[in-house]
Design a protein around this ligand. Structure first.
Ligand SMILES: Nc1ncnc2c1ncn2[C@@H]1O[C@H](COP(=O)(O)OP(=O)(O)O)[C@@H](O)[C@H]1O
Ligand SMILES: [Mg+2]
Length: 447
């Protein structure tokens, strides 16, 4: 049993995992009505295309996309085609070549079809089955896969052949994807499927441009595939500055802004209510003032808010437990859990108490980063200036920073990798600002 179960919750109400492609998560998504219409409209407008979905980390991109996918796949969306969900997103890592990205797309799509089949009890279509065996046959030399691309209605098609997956060229991989898509359409009566590239901002700027050009006339031109490019806030404007040939291929772009404070409150209430196993209506153990403050000071990163809510609860229970042990009142573990659980859903943790716990946690986590005085000074100055670009290196002379390059590589990029800075693109301009724990540390004067 985990911590929350002992307290009478079926699940952690502050779970930071993205909402998934399933019916029970649909009700947990709050405050995205406008974006939903925009999304469905775009998907409904054509049988294939490319849609850019951007926003700061933790704002809810994956969750939003998954819920829309579920609605479309199950035919429960207010309108729009039935498409097979991408149940496995295709991660993009720094320095990935187009061929490797295509290889991951093959794997993700195959996995998505497999999961769909296991959920619905359908058997894996013939060609896709061959492909899944081929993917797992990593080393056999001269293994050749003969595949049939089904024509319209499966009436005629063409035959393709590829060797092992590692030895298959980019063009070959594109054909394999085409085979699977054609089967999804002919076997399951779907209009098509989603394939999602996640964290596309991981590519360096010039790689991004190059890859997108490569994809444009190949992957992005496949029939019946909706490509979803998920990435940082401002991704679309970044793509626009690249190559007009690529941005012409982008059918729509949605930049997710943080949900409203009201929607966040609804989201939390809904989760506490859903996940608490008791009969009575529960409320959030963490007071709304506290999580709203966390929400606002984190640029709307729900993931950050939930993480700290969970940690505050954990810490409180640990403290009470220690106190109880000292008092030696003979309470058993079960009674303790019951009382604590009741306290958590009926009352909330006092605001002052929460603030103290939060401050302790942030201080502890922040000190755990072992930042030098100099780095803290740099963070503080960035915080005071709200946001900086590499060109602002001159203002950081007092820290011994002499060049733009030094500022970028030794400071901005490293602090971004530690999740202390948020990297935002505004057209061609890249800006950095404090993020999450660094923002709170500035407020709490830990810098
Ligand atoms: N609209 C929403 N309503 C309720 N919870 C949400 C919403 N969007 C995201 N969440 C929650 O926020 C957290 C982060 O969401 P996620 O989709 O992983 O963000 P991203 O993909 O942008 O990094 C998850 O715990 C998710 O359940
Ligand atoms: Mg995500």
């Amino acid at each position: 049993m985990d911590f929350w179960e002992r307290l009478g919750f079926r699940e952690n109400p502050y779970n930071t995992k993205p909402l998934n492609v399933n019916s029970k998560d649909v009700d947990l998504l709050m405050g995205r009505n406008e974006e939903q219409i925009k999304f469905l409209n775009a998907i409904d407008s054509s049988s294939d295309g490319v849609l850019v979905l951007s926003g700061v980390p933790g704002v809810g991109k994956t969750s939003f996309f998954n819920v829309q996918q579920y609605l479309l796949e199950s035919g429960q969306a207010p309108f729009g085609p039935r498409l097979l969900s991408a149940r496995q997103l295709c991660p993009v890592n720094p320095y990935d070549e187009p061929r490797l990205i295509a290889e991951r797309c093959v794997q993700s799509l195959c996995k998505s079809i497999q999961i769909y089949c296991s959920i619905t009890g359908a058997s894996l279509p013939a060609e896709t089955k061959k492909i899944s065996e081929w993917i797992n046959k990593r080393t056999t030399a001269n293994y050749s896969l003969g595949l049939t691309v089904l024509g319209n209605g499966g009436s005629f098609g063409r035959q393709i052949s590829v060797s092992t997956i590692k030895d298959t060229t980019y063009e070959g991989l594109v054909e394999v994807i085409e085979v699977m898509v054609s089967e999804v359409v002919s076997t399951f009566n779907f209009k098509g499927c989603f394939i999602a590239l996640d964290n596309i901002e991981n590519l360096q700027e010039d790689e991004l441009g190059e890859s997108l050009i490569t994809f444009r006339d190949t992957l992005f031109s496949l029939d019946n595939v909706w490509w979803i490019l998920i990435g940082q806030a401002g991704l679309n404007s970044l793509i626009e500055t690249k190559d007009p040939r690529v941005s012409q291929r982008i059918s729509a772009s949605i930049d997710l802004k943080p949900i409203t404070d009201g929607a966040l409150k609804k989201a939390v209430d809904q989760r506490v209510d859903e996940f608490h196993s008791g009969q009575e209506k529960g409320s959030s153990p963490i007071p709304v003032t506290i999580y709203t403050k966390l929400f606002e000071s984190s640029n709307g990163e729900i993931r950050f808010v939930f993480k700290y809510c969970h940690d505050i609860c954990l810490n409180l229970v640990k403290k009470v437990r220690t106190q109880m042990q000292k008092m030696d009142n003979g309470w058993g573990e079960q009674l303790f859990n019951e009382l604590m659980g009741n306290y958590f859903v009926k009352k909330e943790i006092g605001e002052r108490n929460c603030n103290t716990l939060l401050k302790e946690l942030i201080t502890e986590n922040f000190h755990g980063l072992n930042l030098s005085q100099e780095i803290k000074g740099v963070l503080k100055l960035i915080g005071e200036k709200k946001s900086v670009s590499v060109k602002d290196y001159k203002d950081f002379k007092s820290f011994g920073i002499k060049t733009q390059n030094e500022f970028l590589h030794n400071y901005l990029t490293q602090l971004k990798d530690k999740n202390l800075l948020l990297r935002k693109t505004e057209g061609k301009l890249v800006k950095y600002q404090l993020r999450g724990i660094a923002l709170i540390a500035l407020e709490q004067e830990l810098l």
